[in-house]
Design a protein around this ligand. Sequence first.
Ligand SMILES: NC(=O)c1ccc[n+]([C@@H]2O[C@H](COP(=O)([O-])OP(=O)(O)OC[C@H]3O[C@@H](n4cnc5c(N)ncnc54)[C@H](OP(=O)(O)O)[C@@H]3O)[C@@H](O)[C@H]2O)c1
Length: 254
Amino acid sequence: MTSHTESDTRRTAVVTGASSGIGAATARALAEQGFHVYCAARRTERVTALAEEIGGTPLTVDVTSEESVAALAEVVGERLDVLVNNAGGAFGSAPVAEADAEQWRAMYEVNVIGLMLVTRALLPALKTSGAGVICNVGSTAGRIAYEGGAGYTAAKHGTQVVTETLRLELFDQPIRVCEVAPGMVRTDEFALVRFDGDREKADAVYAGVREPLVAEDVADAIAWVVTRPPHVNIDELVIRPRAQAAQHKVHRQP
Ligand SMILES: NC(=O)c1ccc[n+]([C@@H]2O[C@H](COP(=O)([O-])OP(=O)(O)OC[C@H]3O[C@@H](n4cnc5c(N)ncnc54)[C@H](OP(=O)(O)O)[C@@H]3O)[C@@H](O)[C@H]2O)c1
């Protein structure tokens, strides 16, 4: 683990939700591309281990807390090249008729408000870099509807619309605003978190899909998006496994 000092000439990146899945893979991919990565999430042990592995800086951050996000901005300091707003998730899969309001609030908090808080706090530093990039991790759930998904799809539609709005608002600034929207990605925790630790339900999401995307596939896409030349803005990149032609059209084999 190292901290970023003035003599360190590496470009810098903040990755939220870096303690698992897509965020951890993205932190590794960006470190491989030569970035000093600030690895941010709530689980301190995990971000500490990752930062040690990749020579980055661990940050214990709850993106839904203004205080916690202010502390993150303080550590990052005056200049930042890349922000990957990846922290997020789905909680529950009840139909609207049986929806849990707390779960819906929690999804909006992390996927929309958390993204706004981190972005707002780091915009000055991204501007200072002269070629900042924001990459928001959305979802194909931000483009369609599916039964039992309304709380999550509403939140991820929110991620997408905030991304578009920010791009309009920053049109004359040296900051690009991008979205990577994955379909089915088999990560260790996403479905387990959604189904409150129910392994059977979590495994059923990927049942019979020989090759869902894995975290490294999405990290590869994010790393590509944020390393284009400064005049190139990848507005949105939708990435799915070959087996998922559309949300409801998934090739499953026995
Ligand atoms: N897996 C998929 O199929 C899929 C598909 C499309 C989009 N996505 C999106 O991709 C992103 C990453 O998903 P994943 O599959 O990698 O899931 P994951 O392994 O569950 O990762 C979620 C990450 O978000 C962090 N996080 C959650 N709440 C947070 C908070 N309040 N403050 C800071 N960090 C927080 C978690 O860390 P801590 O618990 O340590 O805070 C964790 O590192 C999410 O935005 C998700 O919606 C996933």
